[in-house]
Design a binder for this molecule. Structure first.
Ligand SMILES: *Cc1c(COP(=O)(O)O)cnc(C)c1O
Length: 392
């Protein structure tokens, strides 16, 4: 098979041929009609979301994206959903049942955590959060229906040994789901590392232009079977227009990701020399505690990472954020533009932090020139008076 760079250009273009077009046509439908009863009966092949039947089961535009994504992730199938969180909810919801247990990594995306905390007990499922491999092992048992991880973890950027997680879970025949949004299929081969169900918030890098909401779930037919049923029964679908934009995003994913990576490394390394920065949480950096695992599991680094500031007042913190001009203040990432978002350390970790300490900023490094980004942050950091003690 050709390299992913080439696949991104050529996958998902089959239906364009009929129209002599480079791109597949955008097919919108609620109603799909059939020329005969025999063809109507024949239209359901036993797998929802792969053949036209009714608008909710998708159109050729949706199938093109799903097929392209499955091939890119070197697995059998893909299900598109209305958002990344919709994909997370489908996977977790499909595995929850009275009396069973779902194990979720501590550092997952905030709304994933909220979903687990607020909804799972209504389904009779027990949720247990874990942080380390030892903790995971101690919680795994015959009642466990799913292990859910995210690498790197949102905001704290924790790394976990994915192969070790999969090995532990396999011992109990428990499937492992992974939120793979940060690495994208280009930099993170989830299924190659043993993940059964991989979740991609395509809203982020696959869409890439800050203008769509889309989730994609990849895995084998067997591994996606309960999730597919859940999506069919609960009416979870993705719009053809959005899938068409998702396909368009795939075409430039490679070049965008490489520029995000280069820019993020440049900005992070520059930040390391600034006295107002206490710590940088980014496993792509050599001295990050997660770096060895990152090197083993990823072939590139993405744009979002987190910085911890030296002690500063809320006023200084606000001035810093408000004086940035190239970084929009927003809670997403994955588009072409740079973003900044405040995160409160003691909301994320059960640490005793002193007042005014441990303020975190999550940056998304966009496609601007990295020297302009450094200059913009440099100007903003000047609002923080604190200086780091001399290191020797
Ligand atoms: C944004 C995000 C999601 C949710 O995606 P939406 O499309 O915004 O619902 C899930 N996981 C991670 C890691 C994310 O960053």
């Amino acid at each position: 098979m050709s390299k992913k760079t080439t696949q991104l250009v050529h996958l998902g273009r089959v239906s364009g041929d009929a129209a002599n077009a480079v791109n597949p046509p955008l097919v919108r439908a609620s109603t799909t009609t059939f020329p005969s009863l025999a063809e109507f009966k024949n239209s359901y092949k036993g797998v929802t979301f792969e053949t036209p039947r009714y608008g909710r089961s998708g159109t050729s535009t949706v199938f093109e994206l799903q097929t392209a994504m499955a091939a890119l992730c070197e697995t059998e199938s893909c299900i598109a959903t209305s958002s990344g969180l919709g994909a997370v909810a489908a996977v977790i919801g499909a595995h929850a049942a009275p009396g069973n247990r779902i194990l979720i990594q501590d550092c997952v995306y905030g709304p994933t955590r909220v979903l687990a905390e607020k909804e799972l007990d209504k389904l009779g499922s027990e949720v247990v959060f874990f942080d380390t491999l030892d903790a995971l092992e101690s919680h795994l048992d015959e009642r466990t229906a799913l292990v859910f991880i995210e690498v790197p973890g949102s905001l704290t950027m924790d790394m976990i040994d994915v192969e070790a997680v999969c090995k532990l879970a396999k011992h109990y025949s428990v499937p492992v789901a992974c939120d793979s949004s940060w690495g994208t299929p280009l930099f993170f081969d989830a299924h190659g590392l043993g993940i059964n169900i991989s979740i991609h918030a395509a809203t982020k890098y696959i869409g890439g232009h800050s203008d769509i909401m889309l989730g994609l779930i990849t895995g084998s037919y067997d591994d996606l079977s309960s999730t597919r049923d859940w999506c069919a029964h609960y009416g979870s679908t993705a719009a053809p227009d959005v899938c068409w934009l998702g396909l368009r995003g795939l075409r430039t994913l490679d070049v965008r990701m490489r520029r995000h990576e280069e820019n993020a490394r440049h900005v992070a390394q520059w930040l390391q020399g600034q006295p107002q920065i206490k710590k940088i949480l980014n496993p792509a950096l050599d001295d990050d505690p997660g770096h060895e695992l990152w090197k083993r599991q990823f072939t590139g680094g993405a744009g979002p990472f987190t910085i911890e500031l030296v002690a500063c007042s809320e006023e200084e913190f606000a001035k810093l954020i408000d004086s940035l001009s190239l970084f929009g203040l927003g809670t997403s990432w994955g588009g072409f533009e740079s973003l900044v978002m405040p995160a409160i350390a003691h909301h994320l970790r059960a640490l005793d932090v002193l007042p005014n300490e441990g303020r975190l900023l999550r940056l998304h490094i966009g496609l601007e020139h990295s020297e302009d980004l450094c200059a913009d942050i440099g100007k903003a950091l000047a609002h923080i008076s604190a200086t780091r003690p001399m290191q020797n």
